[in-house]
Ligand binder design. Structure first.
Ligand code: ZN
Length: 149
């Protein structure tokens, strides 16, 4: 199962963004000295992601996301990497909340959409419950990494 089957699955603009990130993923080079690192997988689909972070003074100064799996999981990881680079951890926590909200089909404001940017493209997935796990795999991992007890 490699992802996007037909043109009915996602509307065109969203699909373009997702395929672009799938084919040309951002921030895949491993960090030489990650402060935080986590490997996660989604057994329902076979997706794997490795997330590495450098954090200095509550800012994400380095991020690497790499892995294998379906287009949704991998493009979501790339969108995540692009979005959180140079962001504060507080902002990242907000972004994670908005992404979860969006995927649960809860209403989100224009300000929220500005905050998440291109990640909005993932909302085309929300009508496919199985793929929501793919879309949120990286975000759940990120949350685990930065929300330390
Ligand atoms: Zn998947």
């Amino acid at each position: 199962m490699s992802g996007l089957s037909g043109s009915d699955d996602l509307n065109g603009m969203y699909e373009d963004i997702i395929l672009d990130h799938y084919r040309n993923p951002r921030n895949t080079s491993s960090l030489s000295k990650p402060d935080l690192e986590l490997d996660v997988n989604n057994p329902f689909c076979g997706d794997e992601l490795k997330i590495q972070l450098n954090i200095k003074d509550d800012t994400i100064t380095g991020v690497s996301v790499s892995g294998q799996g379906c287009a949704i999981s991998q493009s979501s990881g790339s969108l995540l990497a692009e979005r959180i680079q140079d962001s504060s951890t507080d902002t990242v926590i907000h972004v994670i909340e908005k992404v979860r909200k969006m995927m649960k089909d809860e209403p989100i404001s224009d300000d929220d959409l500005d905050l998440i940017g291109d990640i909005e493209a993932l909302q085309g997935v929300k009508k496919f419950p199985v793929r929501i796990k793919c879309a949120l795999l990286g975000w759940s991992a990120l949350e685990d990494l930065i929300k330390k007890p």
